[in-house]
Design a protein. Structure first.
Length: 250
């Protein structure tokens, strides 16, 4: 399972990745290719391609802009980041052991002293952080336990996150503004107290929308001058200019 997830560097199975790529390719050939065939029959191969790419890239600019900014497309309270989503914000484990520590943040060396504090859960943000940290910590411990025992997560004997109990959680903020957490938990059936050093990754949710927008703008900027030049040449031919070389049917 782990080998399948590591396929091509994506966090999904190879079989699912290739199926998705095949579906996208087939859809592109069917829907975009059929439009190109019609345009090529009317304008010729090169002109039809330029008309198709200018129209497609212009539509993608509008679509990716809607993904990013919403533009009230679903009403006054339209959310942003409506398109393909990158990594979601999440609490990630830096180190696990008997004591808090990490080469990335020196603040862990001062645990459990100041500025580490126990959360009260009075605010919605703090309550959400508590739930997220607890879920991330127990999931990490369950994954590590299954890996050491050689068990598949889907098997009936696999260790589950609910079999771990969180004893304490403390939060702090690094000088660069990164939120940090130290979680102490143990296996409910008995075992040592494990200390997890964690940090909050802000993720990159709009990453793919930015990529689509930048790529669409680039395609549009490249093809519009080419379309203008091709249209000028076509107009000159239609108004009395010399005929271009004939390469057979479009």
């Amino acid at each position: 399972m782990e080998e399948a997830r590591a396929c091509l560097g994506f966090a999904i199975e190879c079989e699912t990745l290739w199926k998705g790529a095949g579906v996208v390719l087939a859809g592109f050939v069917l829907f975009v290719g059929s439009v190109y065939v019609l345009l090529a029959a009317v304008f010729g191969r090169w002109m039809g391609y330029l008309v198709l790419m200018v129209g497609f890239s212009g539509w993608m600019i509008l679509q990716s802009a809607l993904w990013l900014f919403g533009f009230w497309s679903q009403g006054p309270e339209t959310p942003t980041n409506l398109g393909p989503r990158g990594a979601e914000p999440a609490w990630l484990v830096l180190d696990a052991g008997l004591r808090a520590g990490s080469d990335r943040y020196d603040l862990f060396e001062r645990y459990p002293g100041d500025p580490w504090r126990e959360p009260t859960g009075e605010t919605e943000e703090e309550a959400a952080d508590l739930q997220s940290v607890q879920g991330a910590a127990t999931s990490f411990l369950a994954e590590e336990a299954n890996r050491e025992l050689g068990l598949e997560p889907e098997s009936a004997e696999a260790v589950t996150p609910t079999q771990f109990t969180v004893d304490t959680i403390r939060f702090a903020t690094a000088p660069d503004g990164t939120r940090l957490a130290v979680v102490q938990a143990h296996f409910s059936g008995g075992g040592p107290l494990t200390t997890l050093s964690m940090y909050h990754d802000e993720g990159s949710v709009p990453r793919y929308s930015y990529m689509f927008l930048a790529g669409s703008v680039l395609l549009f900027a490249v093809h519009v001058p080419l379309l203008d030049r091709a249209e000028r040449s076509r107009r000159e031919f239609l108004t009395g200019g010399g005929a271009p070389p004939w390469y057979g049917p479009a």
